[in-house]
Design a protein around this ligand. Structure first.
Ligand SMILES: [Zn+2]
Length: 186
């Protein structure tokens, strides 16, 4: 992958700039080839919102990294998109923050989603932005994620969190079952 993780974001410029400053390591790492099984998340707790950026090889989500060719593959893409759009099932934010799912943006050149530039290395990714609007975002101390259950090829999640009380990195391995908790702060 040659492009910046954040270039395809359609957030307002200021917000995109703030996220880029929040996750310099994520943006930098994303310029290298992706690793199958690994999902990268950037979680930003900012003002009234919690925004989750996700970058995943398509292989994790679909088992292939190109446009769908058969009805079975087309169906798999539709199911994946539906799962990602229902992001409040994939990500449960600490109830103390009182969050509701807002806009979801999906970008994948190989699947014709969004305006992402095509990958040139034979691999393909999906980048997603899940915005949650919260009554008290600053109270969020964890996100429970069902990514491992929803997408069984996912083995590892690398998360970077930018919250009012600091920046954190978390590395999660696939649990035996159930959801996985990404926690931070006091
Ligand atoms: Zn790949």
């Amino acid at each position: 992958m040659t492009r910046s993780f954040f270039r395809t974001l359609t957030l307002p410029l200021l917000a995109a700039g703030a996220l880029l400053l929040s996750f310099p390591a994520l943006a930098q790492r994303a310029q290298h080839a992706h690793v199958h099984g690994k999902v990268e998340l950037g979680i930003a707790v900012d003002g009234p919102s919690v925004t989750i950026e996700m970058e995943s090889p398509l292989d994790n989500l679909l088992g292939f990294e190109r446009a769908p060719r058969t009805d079975v593959e087309k169906n798999a893409v539709e199911q994946m998109v539906a799962r990602l759009r229902a992001a409040d099932h994939l990500f449960q934010i600490d109830p103390a923050a009182g969050c509701k799912l807002g806009p979801v943006q999906l970008e994948s050149a190989a699947l014709g989603l969004g305006k992402a530039e095509p990958d040139k290395d034979g691999h393909a990714e999906l980048e997603a932005t899940f915005a949650f609007n919260c009554t008290n975002a600053a109270k969020a101390r964890f996100v429970d994620t069902q990514l491992f259950e929803a997408f069984p090829a996912t083995r590892q999640i690398e998360a970077e969190i930018a919250a009012p009380d600091g920046q954190f990195k978390r590395s999660l391995k696939r649990p035996a079952s159930g959801s996985a908790r990404i926690g931070w702060g006091k």
